[in-house]
Design a binder for this molecule. Structure first.
Ligand code: NAP
Length: 549
């Protein structure tokens, strides 16, 4: 009865260190870790102690007897990562080597770091810093709610993945961390201000823009990007008014990464199922009156180059109606004959078993299309279709055309920027030619990987930062800590602190009425009104906090 890692694996590696027999791989010290699509439990070595279950922040691990029918393929997927062997593997005492936390050499005052952003990379960086005594982290987030793409990017039907916020809540409660939510760096406070008040500034701002497809017609009403739609159905306040017109029968999504799969799944899901998630109310209303019958996910290359990951493909095909055209079925067979990489073969074998697109549509479905290069979007007043070149050349009628060709980093004021790669140029997280400035997450390495990939990425950056601090390369702040609080509140009186976030969180959970995980606020004023109900700490505590500053 071994344990099994399933679809929502976030790859943060916590399970690896919890395992007493080192049976979860690749581990963070192994070469394949950075590129692995998930982690795998060796069924012949697992001793079934369940330690990994408690360590996993997203509930991705279960004993094989407790899997749902949809999760059964993961038994084989875990086993297939390991060579074929006979019998049980004797328990090993050689545990995965733990990557040591950076040792901060004590000085008179604390090491103070500003972290910009509050998504996974920011949270993991703060946590890594706060493993040491005498560290203070001030975290700045432009929205009144924290956690970045976990709140606004993970699809609402992936609630298990969103469970990582419980871990982030615990991180945010640590002594030494101060949250400044609803404060925008570059607007309310500048990079120079932050440098004056801290030893170092660490940007973990992600990649907020989309890569754009420069073809004729991409500006017509009815075109857009998948990432905007993700932000819309997740209730991001900047996207509540996005025009998402679901009156046509077909939507075409260009690009076949995991974001495309997320959008296709939500657009074809039963709204009654979605009503049990934290999807934004406006999106649920629009989906209830949607006329969409087919979402085509169009890839410019063949099936063997599919950008989606295997766990997500398994999740998609076990929950949705997914079909292929006859020509694409043929291509899958051809690819299978030539491909040896086990992961790609696994994907192709799943694709080979999909239904045929010529079957009548009985419920909203997803069609994976291959070898179609977008040439131009058709339409006069609004989108009516799209023309493709490539071996699958032709025209597809569509009411909406979305690109899903990757996120893109945005330049940060006063920092260098690599326009081609869309990242801040850095050496292991140390920003080039910018003393005291660091980056972690997508703005450091580009928009790839999973939530947990940010843990090792942030740890690398923090190691560099601490090394610089220990070597005396970081100047002491010019001001006492209390001065920062005064400055921020002076520039943005509507700052939301940790108590304010707890109040927003509690109010959203209450709005869920026990039926949904939460009813999200999607307008900033509503969030601020909820934050204002936070109980103020007693006067004595406030005075003490002031003295500590
Ligand atoms: P992605 O995985 O990089 O996929 C981009 C897609 O766009 C590819 O199919 C690519 O095709 C295509 N593309 C790029 N340029 C194009 C062009 N000019 N014309 C046509 N097609 C083009 O990007 P993503 O889906 O935005 O995902 C970003 C990251 O987030 C990934 O690491 C992903 O795994 C992760 N993510 C994970 C989850 C999850 O685990 N559930 C969910 C969402 C996102 P080519 O391969 O031919 O270039």
């Amino acid at each position: 009865m071994p344990h099994v890692v399933t679809q929502s694996c976030c790859s943060d590696g916590s399970c690896v260190y919890a395992c007493p027999v080192n049976c979860i791989h690749p581990s963070p010290d192994e070469p394949g870790f950075a590129t692995a699509e998930m982690l795998y439990i060796d069924p012949l070595a697992c001793v079934d102690c369940g330690a990994c279950v408690s360590a996993c922040p997203v509930g991705a691990i279960s004993p094989d007897t407790k899997l749902t029918d949809n999760q059964l393929p993961f038994i084989e997927l875990n086993a297939a990562f390991y060579p074929k062997r006979e019998g049980r593997i004797p328990p090993t005492s050689k545990l995965a080597p733990v990557i040591e936390a950076p040792r901060i050499e004590p000085r008179k005052g604390p090491l103070t770091v500003a972290i910009v952003g509050s998504g996974p990379a920011a949270m993991y960086a703060a946590d890594e810093l706060l493993t040491q005594r005498g560290v203070r982290v001030n975290m700045f987030e432009k929205l009144p709610t924290p956690y970045g793409l976990v709140r606004a990017g993970v699809a609402p039907d992936h609630q298990s993945t969103k469970r990582v916020t419980k871990l982030f809540d615990r991180m945010a409660e640590q002594n030494g961390l101060t949250l400044y939510l609803n404060v925008e760096v570059g607007k309310h406070i500048s990079h120079a201000d932050l440098l004056e008040h801290h030893h170092a500034v660490l940007y973990a701002v992600g990649a907020p823009n989309d890569r754009r497809l420069d073809i004729e017609g991409m500006n017509l009403p009815g075109t857009g990007t998948a990432t905007e739609v993700v932000a819309w159905f997740n209730g991001h306040p900047d996207f509540t008014d996005l025009a998402v017109d679901l009156s046509g029968e077909r939507v075409v999504i260009i690009g076949n990464g995991n974001v495309a799969l997320d959008v296709a799944r939500i657009l074809t899901s039963d709204p009654d199922q979605l009503a049990r998630t934290d999807i934004a109310d406006h999106a649920l209303r629009a989906l209830r009156s949607s006329r969409v019958q087919e979402v085509v996910i169009a890839a410019r290359r063949g099936p063997q180059f599919s950008a989606f990951t295997l766990p997500e493909l398994i999740g998609l095909t076990t929950t949705c109606d997914v079909v292929l055209d006859a020509a694409d079925h043929q291509q899958v067979i051809v690819d299978l004959a030539g491909v040896t990489d086990p992961l790609t073969r696994n994907k192709l074998e799943i694709l080979a078993k999909l239904g045929d697109a010529s079957a009548p549509i009985t419920r909203p479905r997803i069609r994976l299309a291959y070898n179609v290069t977008p040439h131009r979007v058709l339409g006069d007043q609004r989108v009516t279709g799209i023309e493709f070149t490539g071996s699958g050349a032709g025209v597809l009628e569509a009411g909406m055309v979305l690109t899903s060709i990757g996120y893109r980093g945005k330049a940060i004021a006063d920092l260098p920027f690599d326009e081609r790669a869309g990242v801040v140029p850095n050496d292991g997280g140390r920003v080039v030619d910018s003393p005291g400035t660091y980056v972690a997450g997508w703005i450091k390495r580009g928009p790839t990987g999973f939530i947990g990939s940010n843990k090792s990425c942030a740890a690398e950056t923090v190691h560099r930062l601490v090394e610089d601090y220990n070597r005396g390369r970081l100047g002491d702040p010019d001001h006492r800590p209390a001065a920062l609080d005064k400055l921020v509140r002076g520039r943005q009186p509507a700052v939301v602190d940790a108590a304010g976030w707890r109040a927003i969180d509690a109010a959203e959970i209450a709005r869920g009425g026990g039926v949904r995980p939460r009813g999200k606020f999607t307008q900033v004023p509503d969030m601020l009104a909820a934050a204002a109900t936070a109980p103020r700490p007693p006067l004595g505590k406030r005075l003490l906090a002031g003295l500590r500053h």
